[in-house]
Design a protein around this ligand. Sequence first.
Ligand SMILES: [Zn+2]
Length: 215
Amino acid sequence: MSIDERLQKGYRTFKEQAFERDRQIYEDLATHGQTPHTLVIACSDSRVLVQQILTAGPGDLFVVRNVAAMVPPYERDSGYHGTSAAIEFAVTALEVDNIVVLGHAGCGGVASVVDRNMPEDSFVGQWMRPLHNWLKHYGHLTAEDPATRKRLLERAAVYLSIQNLKSFPFVAERVSAGTLALEGLLFNIHTGDLSEVIAKHDTAFSLRSVLASSD
Ligand SMILES: [Zn+2]
């Protein structure tokens, strides 16, 4: 059985065009190793093209993707902590300058918390537990309309991930030394807008365009 035609066609285009164009960059990176400036924690959603949104090339971004771009709390147990391992490697070995949590509007993982369409003991149900807890705690303060609730939860998810990042000692240490910056961003798939999530407190968030400060 041969590989799916769509994958083969996509790869052929990459090899003939982008790889040829960036051949020297790939060669240098292969010889000298990677020194990405930023760790991006993004959702696995097929509509969030991390490198395209940030116009990043080979070697620029260290990317970890998971359901809803969640950062779990710092837990030193024997579980399989894939996202935490990526954070540890990016911060302590690659010494990135920034960590970006990149959430997005219309996130299915976030929506599952409001719609309760994933069993609590499913992998997604377990993974989204911090958001379930947030909703349990603050749900009475939020609008009951599911669409409004999802919009708020999308921002809360980015905020919670930034808070959880600060629970990793090697992150907190570098943030207070001024050698690591944390950014919570939200991508709007409808408009292409990329905004900072600014927390006024645990339940109120505003958005500010990433382009606002440079225009
Ligand atoms: Zn998502």
